[in-house]
Structures are given as structure tokens and as C-alpha cells.
Design a protein around this ligand. Sequence first.
Ligand code: ZN
Length: 237
Amino acid sequence: MKITVWNEFAHEKSDPAVKAIYPDGIHAVIASFLRDAGYEVRTATLDDPECGLTDEVLDDTDVLFWWGHMRHGDVPDSVVNRVYKHVIGGMGMVVLHSGHASKIFQKLMGTPSGELKWRESGDREILWVIEQGHPITRGIGEKIILEHEETYGEHFLVPQPDELVFISWFTGGEVFRSGCVYKRGRGKIFYFRPGHESVPTYHNPEVQKVLVNAAAYVYTPKAEAPYQYGWVKPTVE
Ligand code: ZN
């Protein structure tokens, strides 16, 4: 299974505190633990030509991870449309944290999914597993505790997920649908909330386990008989 980890790779260059946690970028850490799990992984970033997401790369990608935050608007619509076409065709996608406001996630959701409450106050986050035995939560107990994270709160302006896997609670009282699975066309998407750039969330072994599991879950084998659309003669004469 081939994974491409995409990161806008901006905070890590401009903010020393973030660089201290992710010296080579968030994508490098995510790629590293996915490789350790046995996946074939490449990375791509916003400043690569075509954002590193040409048809050649996407044709060779089973699952695309996406982290973006302050430069969503710099992703060209042509790249967004290309990624969308591949997801509909069966490429899996894992959208991380502030990727909720990316153009591609909004297009896949059909809603302004950037809308939610937020606060950077270092609240503790408890991610409650609400579907034990789900392939994404395998190996996780009843909850994951992150000592400090950015807070997100409902309402989160997305369609009802096809599968709701985690709900978060924060010290300040907010709750949030933190693990959501969607099916779009042949493709599966998993949105996973934690991963603010100023806290070491992607170094957390349980978070890593969730993302390793999620990659396998959103993987759809290449079509053996692609769907056919349009006029057809009768199948039975
Ligand atoms: Zn954040």
C-alpha cells in the first residue's frame, strides 16, 4: 500500500517553537511512523511544483494524508479538483486537524467545514472511543488522553459522518466529533482532529496507532471493473 503525506509545511519554517517539535516538518514525523508500520510512503508539500500532487503521484497513491492550516488558499483549485477526482475514484484520504478548513475537505463535505469553535489554551483533551472494535480503534483502550491540545468545539459544520469513531472532551467543557469516516464515490475519508502544530501530538504512540489503522481502513483496492456511466444497451437481450 502506497501513502503520500502532504503538508503545507509553513509553521515549521516560520515558528521556532513549532520547528523544535517538528524540525523536518510534521510530514516527516507522520511519514516515519507510517514507514515503520510497513507502508511505502512519500511526502509532498505546498511549495513543490503542482503541490507535489500531479496525476502521476496520485495515480501511484492509495492513501493521501493532508495537514494544512494557514495557507489553505494557496492550494490551486486545479490541484483540489485533481485530488477530488482521485478520491471519488477510490483513493483513501486522512484529513488531519486544521485540514478541516482545507478546500479539498470542504469540497468533499459539501459544507463550509471550516466552521467550528476553537481556543488555544492548552486544555487537556480526552478522545473517547465510541466504536470499540472498529478497525481504526484497534489497540486503543477506551480513550486517549492528550495533556495539552488546541480546543475545538461543536458545532462542527459537516454532514453527519457515516461512522463516528471518536468524540473529544476538553477541560473547558467543549465536545467535538474528532474521528469521522465518510464515503465519497469509491473513496473513504477519515477526519482526525488532534494535531495542533505547537504540541507534540504526532509523537504520541496512541495517535500514531490510530493513524496507522486509519490508513489501512480508508484503503480501497484499485477497481477491477471500473463503474460505467451513460447510455448502455440492455444487459439481457
Ligand atoms: Zn491548530
